[in-house]
Design a protein around this ligand. Sequence first.
Ligand SMILES: NC(=O)c1ccc[n+]([C@@H]2O[C@H](COP(=O)([O-])OP(=O)(O)OC[C@H]3O[C@@H](n4cnc5c(N)ncnc54)[C@H](OP(=O)(O)O)[C@@H]3O)[C@@H](O)[C@H]2O)c1
Length: 280
Amino acid sequence: MDAIKPASVVEAKDARIPLLGLGTWDLRGRVCARVVEQALRLGYRHIDTAQMYENEREVGEGLRASGVKRDEVFVTTKIWPSHFAPRELERSARERLAQLRLSEVDLLLLHWPNPQIPLAETLGALAKVKREGLARHIGVSNFTVALVEDALKLTTEPLVCDQFECHPFLDQSKLIAACRKHGLAVVAYSPIARGDARKNDVLKRIGAAHKKTATQVCLRFLVQQDIVVIPRTSKVERLSENAAIFDFTLSDDEMSEVAKLGSRDGRLVDWAYSGRMKWD
Ligand SMILES: NC(=O)c1ccc[n+]([C@@H]2O[C@H](COP(=O)([O-])OP(=O)(O)OC[C@H]3O[C@@H](n4cnc5c(N)ncnc54)[C@H](OP(=O)(O)O)[C@@H]3O)[C@@H](O)[C@H]2O)c1
């Protein structure tokens, strides 16, 4: 597909992360394998999965069925916080590869912080897994500014990203600034606000001026700031729409207008989830 430029990447430390990825939360079974396969055939070069999604096997199947070479695809998975004790993390990392049927992943993330287990121990195990060649890069997800800064002090291997909720309706400027300051890529999850972007009048109006949909304007707003996006769809026909975001540019005024949609309480995923849960 012309509009996808597989070469569009963001560089963080020694990682080159494709700006567009496919999210796979909630995609299961044959639908998951089919959407992954079709996405790769269309030109997507980045797939986001997790232990918790229980679909790594199907993600691996879709990858192999696509015929795209393994080294052309950036595969991310995440370890669930109940597996953060060092030995358990190492075991879980091997299990991820077994499920995916891959010899390494491109990026392995801690899915949420787990205050019950010392971060230094978990990061030590994550670094070990990287040194052993199970993951090319490591990073975190759902880490706050303070936790990112703690993690950077404690890690012995570079952390390349923080993946967190990020879309025009949520003001994440502080966390984005902290990531930039420390050289971490920002990976935006729920980048189209779980589908709500399509209903927004400002995004619709800007889209009409570019012959684009509101969803495309939403994704463009993020990638134009070098924020990696991983929109999910279960519908093959939407894969192309979500990918056609590299053939137009929003003006400075349009970018400012979209930025004004953000509020501090625009979160869709319950952040309270992170600190207070017991992860078992
Ligand atoms: N690290 C974490 O804790 C975390 C948390 C949440 C998500 N994630 C990752 O981020 C990915 C994306 O986030 P998300 O799944 O929460 O939400 P999202 O990608 O913002 O939105 C997905 C929803 O939007 C709909 N949609 C997709 N394309 C559309 C289009 N062009 N027009 C209208 N609606 C469209 C989908 O429905 P259809 O299927 O019907 O198209 C689905 O209901 C996840 O899949 C997962 O990989 C990570």
